[in-house]
Each structure stands twice: as C-alpha cells, then as structure tokens.
Design a protein around this ligand. Structure first.
Ligand code: FMN
Length: 213
C-alpha cells in the first residue's frame, strides 16, 4: 500500500522556468528541476502538458531557470504558479532581464539562473520530462534557496493540480475550511476574519470561498 506521505520526504527546490516564442513570454513555477549529468551539464524538468510554458518550451527548444530564495515575494509564486501565461503577461509587474537565448528571467527573489537548450524529451503521461543542456549560468546572490519543504511548512504554501507533486487536501480537523480562489491556500477556522489577507498571494477575505465538505 502506498502511503502518499512517503513522497513528502523527497527533497526538492523551487524554480521559475521561462521560455518565449514570437508572440509571448511564458513562465511557471516548478519543483521538478534536477541536474542529470555534468559533462555535458544537463538538467531535467518535468512539466504538465497543459501548462502554456511546456508548449512554449517544446516549440522554442530553449528555456531559462532561476532558483527561488526563501525570501522571494509570495506574489511571484501566486503569479507564476497559479495563473496561466495564455491569459496574460505574467512578467509585466516584475522587473525582468533577458538571457542570451531571449528568455525573460527575474533577479529579485532568485539566487541563480541557467539558460538551456532542449536536447531530449520523454512523454510520461500527464507530464513531459524535458532535458536541457545548460549553455550559460550565473550566481545572483548567496541567499538560501527555497526548498519545497520550506515552502510547505514555513510559508504554508500549496500546489495546484498541474504540479506533479499535487496531493488532494485532506481535512485534519473539524473546523470549517476556506479556500483562496486565486492560489488555493486553505484557511481553517469557523469564521474567516473580515480583514484576513491570504499569506500566499495577498488577496482579501472576499476572494475566499467556503469548502463544503
Ligand atoms: C509549489 C509549486 C510547484 C509546482 N511544480 C510544478 C512542476 O514541477 N511541474 C508543473 O508542470 N507544474 C508545476 N506547478 C504548477 C505550475 O506552476 C502552474 O500550473 C502554472 O500556473 C502553469 O503556468 P503556465 O500555464 O503559464 O505555464 C507548480 C506550482 C507550484 C505553486
């Protein structure tokens, strides 16, 4: 029998993966980046087929990755991890930089960046594993990297259904639960305070809905 909590013991970081085509720039949050070889330097990233970023990378064959730091503005995760690049330009409210492959990346809240060319892909059902050869990289600062565990336990962050590590929310108390309609954060308490602000994406109490269990 699979105890899904065993999967919580797998460590990973959090990254912003971005790419572009002639019409737009796309980017999403991912926790599935791994270095797979050192000669040549190659990384893998596992992305959902429904993500706009996935299809943009598959078309352009290039992508950039930045590693999130523990002090990243949670609005970065709310924007890149819970909204689609199909609907709007996620980069417009952030200060952006351009890598040598033409991909936007953020420096604020990031401690390093890589630029990659796609050299292989593997279809794994709902997701595609993309292998990229790293052709450029830079250390931005020495702030600690945000781990997925830190995001969940300290920042109380959640993941949307497209994340490969998504797990259905399990009710752990008899309290009423309220879900942020923007990022999915769950507040537990019989009454949601009127001045409550979502700790993940900064939305007001009016953007929360009661979960009918
Ligand atoms: C903490 C966290 C981890 C995530 N990890 C992944 C991942 O590894 N792969 C993936 O496909 N989506 C992942 N997601 C979900 C995407 O970031 C999300 O679906 C995003 O809105 C897709 O945007 P796009 O359509 O603009 O590409 C993650 C989201 C969060 C918040």
């Amino acid at each position: 029998m699979l105890n899904k909590k065993s999967l919580y013991k797998i460590s990973s970081g959090l990254y912003l993966v971005s790419s572009h085509d002639e019409n737009h720039h796309a980017g999403c949050i991912a926790n599935t980046l791994l270095q797979v070889t050192s000669n040549p330097v190659q990384v893998s990233i596992t992305l959902n087929k429904e993500n706009d970023t996935t299809n943009t990378i598959l078309n352009s064959k290039v992508f950039a990755v930045t590693a999130l730091t523990e002090n990243v503005d949670m609005n970065v995760i709310a924007t890149f991890g819970f909204q689609s690049s199909k609907d709007h330009n996620k980069f417009e409210s952030f200060q952006t930089n351009l890598d040598t492959l033409g991909n936007f990346y953020l420096k604020e809240g990031m401690n390093s960046r890589l630029s990659c060319k796609v050299v292989n892909t593997m279809d794994v059902g709902t997701h595609i594993v993309i292998i990229g050869e790293v052709i450029d990289g830079e250390v931005i600062n020495d702030v600690s990297s945000m781990t997925y565990s830190y995001y969940q336990t300290v920042k109380k962050g959640t993941s949307p259904k497209n994340a490969p590590t998504y797990q259905e929310e399990v009710k752990t108390s008899s309290k009423t639960r309220w879900r942020c309609k923007i990022c999915g954060y769950i507040y537990e308490g019989d009454k949601l305070p009127e001045d409550y602000i979502c700790p993940i994406c900064g939305q007001p109490a009016s953007m929360f809905e009661k979960i009918e269990d």
